[in-house]
Design a protein around this ligand. Structure first.
Ligand SMILES: O=C([S-])c1cc(C(=O)S)c[n+]([C@@H]2O[C@H](COP(=O)(O)O)[C@@H](O)[C@H]2O)c1
Ligand code: NI
Length: 424
C-alpha cells in the first residue's frame, strides 16, 4: 500500500523498477493496477512470487489471495524472474525448514549492502529492516542477526521496504508527518498461527519508535510489521496534518475488502507557514481542565509542579461553569512529547477527572541567549531578531538577582542607564 500510494503520488514507475532491479533480487513480478476503492481511484501494487509454487499469486494482504472483483482499469506486469541467481554467487545461506526457504536478517543486509542501490536508499532500507528484525528478535527471543524471514514474507518485505526507500529517495520530501496509525482488532492467522491485533511485532516496533497507535472497529489487521517499520522510520511525528498547501494526493489500495475504504492516503504539499529569517514554527499541545472543586492551595502547588516538570506555561482563567459554579480553567502549554507526564501530574495534583487537549501551531521569533553590561552588573537577556534589527528581553531571574544583590528595584535594573528602547 505504501508503494501504491507513492507511485500514485506521481513517482515514475519505470525509474522505480530500474532502481529496484539494482537489488538483484529474483523470483517476483510487480503488477501495477489502477483500481477503485469506495469509488476512489487508487494504485494497487502487487508483488507476485514466481519462484515457489506455480500459479500462486501472492498478494500484499496475505489474508486474501483472490481479487474481490475490484475494477482493474489498467494493469502492467514487470518481470524480475529471469535475472541471474546472484544470491548463490554471493554465498547467501538459505536454510530449508518445514518445506520453505528462510532468509536471515544477516542475508538480507548483505544483499542490500552488496547491491548497486544508492547509498541513501541502502541506509534507509537497512534502518527500516533493522526495526522489523529487532522487533522479531524480541518477540521470539532470537539474536537479531539470526531472525529468519520466511521466504514468501522475505521477498514481499524486501520489495516493500527497499521499494519504499527508493520512492522516498525519488520524491525527496523535506519532512514526513503521519497521522495516528489506525489498526483494527481481533485475531489474524499467519505462520505463527493466531495472533491478536495489533500483532506482537507491530507493538514492539511502535514501542521502539514515537508512533502513536489507535484501534478502530475493524475486525482484522490493518497494520503489518512491515508497514509499522516503514512509517516508524519515515515519520518525524504522529498526529494531525500540519498546516499545508496541498499539491497532490496519492492513494495506495489494499486487497482486503473492509467496511472502511482499504486505502493508504499520502498528501504532498508545502508547509503553510515557512520559517523566515527570524521566525520559526512548531507545534505545542494545549491542555485544559475546568476545576470547580480544587482548593487554592492545590492549584498553586499544581502550577509549581507542572512548571518544574517542563510545562512551557501554566495559567488559570476564572470561569463560570455548569450548575452556577465559579471555577478555574487550568491551561497547560506543553511539548507534545511531554503530554503523558503532564497528564499524570494534572491528575495527581488537581481534582480533575478529564483533560482536553489540542495540538496548536505556533510561530516564535528565533532567539539566542546573550548578556548586556549594566551599571549594576551583567544582565542575561534573550536576543531576538526582527525584520529591521534586534531586540533584547531581560531574563527576569537574572534581573531579580541583580536587584537583590545591589539593593535596587527591579524597575531600576530593567531600565538601566544606557538601555536603548530602539531596535539595534
Ligand atoms: O513472520 C513473522 S515472524 C511474523 C511475525 C509477526 C509477529 O507479530 S511476531 C506477525 N506476522 C504476520 O505476518 C503477516 C505478514 O507481515 P509482513 O509485515 O511481513 O507483511 C502479517 O499478518 C503479520 O502480522 C509475521
Ligand atoms: Ni514473528
Amino acid at each position: 500500500m505504501t508503494l501504491g500510494a507513492l507511485i500514485d503520488l506521481g513517482a515514475d514507475k519505470e525509474q522505480f523498477l530500474a532502481e529496484l532491479k539494482k537489488l538483484n533480487l529474483e523470483g517476483y513480478k510487480i503488477a501495477f493496477e489502477t483500481t477503485q476503492r469506495n469509488a476512489i481511484t487508487a494504485t494497487h501494487v502487487n508483488v507476485i512470487l514466481t519462484e515457489q509454487e506455480e500459479d500462486h499469486t501472492h498478494s500484499h494482504d496475505r489474508e486474501h489471495m483472490h481479487d474481490h472483483g475490484h475494477e482493474h482499469d489498467h494493469s502492467e506486469m514487470h518481470d524480475h524472474e529471469h535475472m541471474h541467481d546472484h544470491n548463490h554467487d554471493h554465498g547467501y545461506t538459505h536454510t530449508h525448514a518445514h518445506g520453505h526457504f528462510h532468509r536471515s536478517f544477516r542475508d538480507i543486509r548483505r544483499m542490500i549492502q552488496d547491491s548497486s542501490l544508492e547509498e541513501e536508499v541502502k541506509d534507509l532500507s537497512l534502518r527500516i529492516f533493522t526495526r522489523v528484525a529487532q522487533a522479531e528478535a524480541k518477540v521470539h527471543h532470537k539474536d537479531v542477526e539470526e531472525v529468519q524471514f520466511h521466504e514468501v514474507g522475505a521477498v514481499d518485505s524486501i520489495v516493500d521496504i527497499v521499494g519504499s526507500a527508493i520512492l522516498i529517495h525519488m520524491l525527496q520530501p523535506d519532512r514526513i508527518c503521519a497521522s495516528v496509525v489506525q489498526d483494527g482488532h481481533g485475531f489474524i492467522h499467519c505462520q505463527h498461527g493466531m495472533l491478536s491485533v495489533p500483532v506482537p511485532a507491530v507493538c514492539e516496533i511502535f514501542s521502539a519508535s514515537n508512533a502513536v497507535i489507535h484501534q478502530i472497529d475493524v475486525d482484522t489487521e490493518l497494520v503489518t510489521p512491515t508497514g509499522a517499520a516503514i512509517i516508524s522510520e519515515l515519520a518525524e511525528s504522529f498526529g494531525t496534518m500540519p498546516s499545508m498547501k496541498i499539491e497532490k494526493m496519492g492513494w495506495g489500495a489494499g486487497t482486503k475488502v473492509l467496511k472502511i475504504p482499504n486505502l493508504l492516503k499520502v498528501t504532498l504539499g508545502y508547509e503553510a507557514q515557512e520559517s523566515s529569517d527570524y521566525t520559526q514554527t512548531d507545534e505545542i499541545m494545549v491542555m485544559q481542565s475546568n476545576l470547580d472543586d480544587c482548593t487554592g492551595e492545590m492549584l498553586g502547588e499544581a502550577m509549581e509542579v507542572l512548571l518544574e516538570h517542563g510545562a512551557l506555561d501554566v495559567f488559570y482563567t476564572p470561569i463560570y461553569m455548569k450548575k452556577n459554579r465559579p471555577a478555574w480553567c487550568l491551561t497547560v502549554l506543553a511539548r507534545p512529547e511531554d503530554v503523558p507526564e503532564m497528564e499524570k501530574l494534572m491528575f495527581e495534583h488537581t481534582t480533575t477527572i478529564g483533560i482536553r487537549r489540542y495540538l496548536s501551531q505556533r510561530t516564535i521569533l528565533k532567539r539566542e541567549k546573550s548578556s548586556v553590561q549594566t551599571p549594576y552588573g551583567e544582565l542575561q537577556v534573550k536576543r531576538v531578531k526582527l525584520e529591521d534589527g534586534y531586540r533584547e528581553y531581560p531574563e527576569y531571574e537574572s534581573a531579580k538577582r541583580l536587584a537583590v544583590e545591589t539593593g535596587k528595584s527591579l524597575w531600576e535594573i530593567l531600565n538601566h542607564e544606557g538601555k536603548s528602547g530602539e531596535l539595534v
